[in-house]
Write a protein that binds this ligand. Structure first.
Ligand code: C2E
Ligand code: MG
Ligand code: MG
Length: 709
């Protein structure tokens, strides 16, 4: 485009192109002033150039000119003065080349270039551009930071050379190097985790993804590298949380099970030991959680110190630790080692220096790989395994880690039930006992519902001086349809553990009340009323509605409370002395008599028992049965009897089995006696004769003669 302008800024000439650019015909341009034609805005941008040309300068310039409403144009321009022959400047010529199209494209290109580098340079991920020959063509700052190699070095080098940095031995970064230095095509589109090496040789995990674009038919690969060390650490921490105990940092139960699974899968022999801290809740309750945790940490440290190479330690419960000892078990050696650990625990000290006296119930199960033995008998036959009952051999084919842990826990609870501070080795019979318990509970529940298997036996209690029948003790009996007679010693404890004793006790009391009502009618005319002793379990005594239940039964059966005597063990009374006192006072208030059963087997003193509204003391069978063995034993019984009488209690002796026992106790002025010497517990029908006055231990002279004859 060409335009000729005079000194006053009026057009003298324009070519067709200029006219077209201006949007008007030449005749409407020529003679007009420039500002009129191109507009004030554009004029303001170009007028200095015209002025300079008029001043004699030839000006070259290019750039954007804004035409206001008509848009912006990129113009390359030359302004030259026009000289007359006299050398006077009367006009100037403007040559304009419209390069708007080209510059828009170039600018767009610069913008995308800028955008691209902004994206690549600012990216948090490492980005490596690699051409088809494996040469690095792009290497962003994130990559520089991640790998520790400058862009200036990387670009132009082969990708394979990059991973030879820092003298890294071949294979040190097998992951990333082998991925990137080989054929990249198979990697495209996939995401994988590989390990990468830094320039200094340290390794870190990387998530790698590769994309490809084709430029002129040749592939250009872009590898994106994301440093996932943080994420991996986080994942590890999460795993830590799931498989570690937070307080002690030890592996937890879940981890232990995983380790046991591995040991079992590898058919390794190992022993699992559980240390269950005795009475730990006392520490918690008396000194608080914080201190208790400190104690636990102390124990964990002590146990860790006691481990040998190959041992594994874990925390498997609130107050329980497990120790896995790998290798075959030598019972003697292991037993001694565990005893040493228990001894250490007895003087466990916390970090803050406080020392606590702790004992543990220790359960041990020795798992012997590959020996398919499950029962005692089979174990005995296997001979060389040695010490059969102590070894829980792995029953082939499948042993579960849970089973091994459960067995160790069964042994531990045995140790705890036996009073703690001891070691118990698992024996398959224990498992059978557990099964038996579950079954007994189930069957007992049914028996209580159906009311056709349980019955009550009555054992006479005799007035020692006269030999007269004074009363009975009601003793529950169970005739199991398949297992026959089950002794109360076998099912009463289970009933107590499961709470069934409450129902059972109520049922026995009902039977006993109905029976005593009948017998009071049938007894010898003129004789003193008989009493009925009924055992009250500690659990029943604990029940808040114990008193209500007893009164309800009495009301239902119309029994006179004064005929009833409740037998309670010392330990039942002592468990919660205040609460017991309240219930016992109420029972006593009704007129029921109260007796301490199995006296001498607990730890209460007679004088302490005077706080309770008791009527009698029943001396335990264990004292009576050894009375004849020594003078000492005899004095013991004498002392109990004397003291009890002094404190105002009646004395009943249980377990009188011989005439001699009876004579001795009579001589010691014991009030009542009970035992096989007089009669065994018997069905109610059999006891009717006794009630009517036929007493086998007091046969009429004539009968005795007949017998002898
Ligand atoms: P216990 O209350 O001390 O009962 C006395 C136990 O000694 C009874 O055993 C009785 O049969 C036994 N016995 C009696 N005389 C002799 C003797 O001369 N020699 C020997 N060796 N033993 C004798 P049993 O009937 O097996 O009862 C055992 C325990 O079961 C009872 O001890 C009692 O604690 C509990 N028990 C029995 N029936 C009931 C009940 O209905 N309720 C509750 N809560 N416990 C019961
Ligand atoms: Mg009793
Ligand atoms: Mg007893």
């Amino acid at each position: 485009m060409v335009a000729l302008l005079d000194r006053s800024g009026r057009y003298l000439f324009v070519n067709r192109a200029y006219a077209a650019f201006s949007g008007r015909p030449p005749e409407r341009i020529i003679g007009r002033r420039i500002d009129e034609v191109i507009g004030a805005t554009a004029y303001a941008q170009v007028r200095t150039y015209g002025a300079r040309a008029l001043a004699g300068e030839a000006v070259r310039t290019e750039g954007w000119v804004d035409y206001g409403g008509r848009g912006r144009r990129y113009l390359r321009r030359v302004y030259t003065p026009l000289l007359t022959t006299e050398g006077e400047i009367t006009a100037y010529i403007a040559f304009l080349l419209d390069e708007t199209e080209r510059h828009s494209a170039a600018q767009a290109l610069t913008t995308s270039q800028a955008l691209k580098s902004a994206v690549i340079d600012g990216a948090l991920d490492g980005i490596i551009g690699i051409d088809a020959a494996g040469t690095i063509v792009e290497f962003n700052p994130a990559c520089e930071r991640m790998i520790g190699c400058p862009r200036a070095w990387a670009v132009g080098h082969k990708i394979a050379e990059l991973f030879g940095l820092g003298g890294a031995a071949p294979g040190i970064d097998t992951g990333l190097a082998s991925c990137l230095s080989g054929d990249l095509a198979p990697l495209v589109g996939a995401r994988r985790e590989v390990s990468a090496a830094r320039a200094d040789g340290t390794r870190f995990p990387v998530e790698l993804s590769v994309t490809v674009v084709r430029i002129n038919g040749r592939p250009l690969y872009t590898a994106y590298l994301r440093d996932i060390s943080e994420r991996s650490r986080f994942e590890r921490e999460l795993a830590m949380l799931a498989y570690r105990d937070a307080a002690t940092g030890l592996p937890n139960r879940l981890q232990l099970l995983r380790d046991l699974e591995t040991a079992i899968a590898d058919e390794r022999a190992f022993a699992l030991v559980i240390f269950d801290i005795d009475r730990f809740s006392n520490i918690q309750n008396s000194f608080g959680r914080e201190f208790a945790t400190e104690v636990l940490i102390g124990i964990a440290e002590g146990l860790s110190a006691a481990t040998e190479p190959g041992d594994q330690l874990a925390r498997v419960g609130d107050r329980a630790f497990a120790l896995v000892i790998n290798g075959p078990t030598d019972r003697g050696r292991l037993g001694a080692r565990l005893e040493a650990i228990s001894a250490m625990m007895r003087t466990a000290a916390t970090r803050s220096g406080a020392s606590v006296f702790l004992t543990a119930s220790v359960g041990v199960v020795a798992a012997v790989a590959g020996v398919p033995v499950t029962s005692d008998a089979a174990a005995a036959e296997s001979g060389p395994v040695s010490d059969p009952p102590a070894l829980a051999s792995l029953p082939a084919p499948a042993v579960l880690a849970e089973d091994v842990l459960r067995d160790a826990e069964i042994a531990t609870s045995r140790a705890r039930d036996a009073g703690g501070d001891r070691q118990v080795w698992f024996d398959p019979a224990m498992h059978d006992r557990l099964i038996n318990r579950v079954r007994t509970e189930h069957d007992l529940r049914r028996a209580l519902e159906r009311d056709d298997q349980l019955w009550v036996a009555y054992q006479p209690i005799v007035e020692m001086v006269t030999g007269r029948l004074a009363g009975f003790e009601a003793l529950v009996r169970w005739r199991h349809p398949e297992r026959g007679q089950i002794s109360p010693g076998a099912f009463v404890p289970i009933a107590e553990e499961t709470g069934l004793i409450v129902t059972l006790g109520r049922w026995v009391l009902g039977e006993a009340c109905r029976q005593i009502c009948r017998w009071q009618v049938e007894r010898e005319p003129g004789s003193a009323p008989l009493f009925m002793s009924v055992n009250l379990s500690p659990l029943e005594l604990d029940e808040t509605d114990c008193f209500d239940r007893v009164t309800a039964v009495i009301r239902e059966t119309n029994a006179d409370p004064s005929w009833l005597k409740m037998e309670i063990t010392e330990s039942a009374v002592m468990r919660k002395p205040e609460e017991s006192l309240v219930v016992l006072r109420k029972l006593k208030g009704l007129g029921i008599r109260l007796s301490i059963d199995d006296f001498g087997t607990g730890h209460s003193s007679l004088s302490y028992l005077t706080k309770f509204p008791l009527d009698s003391i029943k001396v335990d069978r264990s004292f009576v049965s050894v009375m004849h063995q020594s003078e000492e034993n005899r004095s013991m019984v004498r002392m109990i009897v004397d003291l009890a009488r002094l404190l105002g209690f009646d004395v009943i002796a249980e377990g009188i089995e011989t005439e001699a026992d009876a004579n001795l106790l009579r001589a010691l002025a014991c009030d009542y006696g009970q035992g096989y010497h007089y009669a065994r517990p018997m069905p109610a029908a059999a006891a009717c004769d006794l009630v009517r006055g036929v007493l086998p231990w007091q046969p009429p002279a004539t009968t005795r003669d007949d017998d002898e004859a």
